[in-house]
Design a protein around this ligand. Sequence first.
Ligand code: MG
Length: 386
Amino acid sequence: MLGSTGSIGRQTLDIIAEYPDLMRAELLVARSSADLLIAQARQYRPRMVIIADEQYYEYVRDALWDTGIEVATGSAAIAAAVTRPEIDTVVTAMVGYSGLESTIAAIGAGKRIALANKETLVVAGELIDRLLREGNSGSVLYPVDSEHGAFYQCLVGERMADVERLLLTASGGPFRTLPKERLETVTAADALRHPNWSMGAKITIDSATMMNKGFEMIEARWLFGIQPQDIEIVVHPQSIIHSMVAFKDGSIKAQLGLPDMHLPIRYALGLPDGRLASDCRKMTIEDMATLTLERPDFDKFPLLGMAYAAARKGGTAPCVMNAANEIAVASFLQDTIRFTDIYNIIDKTMAQVPHVEHPVYDDYVATNAEARDRASRLVEDLKINN
Ligand code: MG
């Protein structure tokens, strides 16, 4: 369980507790939330915990001294731990680029991967796709993202050759009905009020800018082998239809459910055997009574168009976009830049960082570092001018 203290991590542990006869947590990994990691370790009794940030290592180790739980720190420890034989499924729920190295290690070790870290496929989808197809490790990716879980469910029993396009639904975020001019002055607190989903801060800002939907388009492109132009974004404010697949015979299949991440996590953890029955709240007619669909506003949310352009360009372009977005979102969360600056920083960073056509792992590492550096300098310039 990579990212056990985050929103997806905590909800995944709920599911593990729901099925004690079927699954247990062997390894919990957190970046820096030491106290919550310690509490989770005492409750779920994994064999091992890793606190990625080394400054908390001794604190966590000392707190768990009487439990027999192994404690480690650092990114190399994470990449090594995910390959351990007692682990059959790796849930990747860390935030951003940090998920890449351990996901590659898990693929190499033939693990089943419940992928919640979409940035892994945004940054390095081409490499991950190659590793899965050519690596012969037996590793398989199951999506945890609700939209991709929906595509997966709609595609069960279908032939990809019969698929015309994917219809990726988006809630539209907290600013769907706000006039474009007002986006200049919205605050982080405004952006953190998501209408339907309860999520971590990074992804909630990505939902407000609709960068998240651009990322999900790229994620779907690699998960299902579909060209970007065959993925259409549909705004659906109720977040009940989690996505749809349109077939060449004119038929469309949709997957519906309440906007609760426990559902797609439960589905992903049940694969490949089947669905896990649950006492969770079930959807009623009233929940489904009003479902509306509209086209997204590419003018108001320019990161959507940028994501399509980056996906078409391929290579390291999505990696640069992701790195600049991570810096810009962190700055916006600290109220040091404006909401609309997020786009400008990503746009300028993409123009500055050299493009690599068919990247290997080291190209992603170097590109990520350079893009973060350039974006950070652009943030500094803005701070002075704002
Ligand atoms: Mg999603």
